[in-house]
Design a protein around this ligand. Structure first.
Ligand code: 5GP
Ligand code: ZN
Length: 112
């Protein structure tokens, strides 16, 4: 997608603090962190949201990437949260599907 900020992060056109990348996903630090650890996992391929994903391997890659990143970041012992905001009421603001990995403090429930 021409104007998509996360496509540009995935292909290196704009900078981000990338902590992991492979053929399918990019993992990078959120620019406005909501917890001591806040990273985003995105597919390299553009999908507007979870609703646009027809191939479940995309979801598998996002979740597996987050679990790997969490392990590598030392989060297994204390735990973490994975979130995919979807659509307007879901709180999605960037229309390239992304999984939030949040950790490093007690996370409230229910979310706001
Ligand atoms: P959403 O609200 O769509 O679930 O999450 C979008 C997230 O992307 C937000 O947490 C926001 O801080 C983050 N974000 C937006 N633009 C950029 C950017 O240019 N770089 C990085 N690293 N994060 C961004
Ligand atoms: Zn995109």
């Amino acid at each position: 997608m021409n104007d998509c900020i996360f496509c540009k992060i995935a292909n290196g056109e704009i900078p981000a603090e990338i902590i992991y990348t492979d053929d399918n996903i990019t993992v990078f630090k959120d620019a406005n962190p909501q917890a001591p650890v806040h990273v985003l996992v995105i597919p390299k391929q553009h999908y507007d949201s979870a609703i646009a994903v027809k191939d479940n391997s995309v979801f598998a890659n996002l979740v597996a990437g987050a679990v790997k990143a969490a392990h590598d970041l030392g989060l297994d012992e204390k735990g973490y949260r994975m979130v995919i905001n979807t659509g307007e009421q879901g709180g999605q603001t960037v229309n390239h599907i992304h999984l939030h990995l949040l950790a490093g403090r007690n996370l409230g429930w229910p979310p706001g």
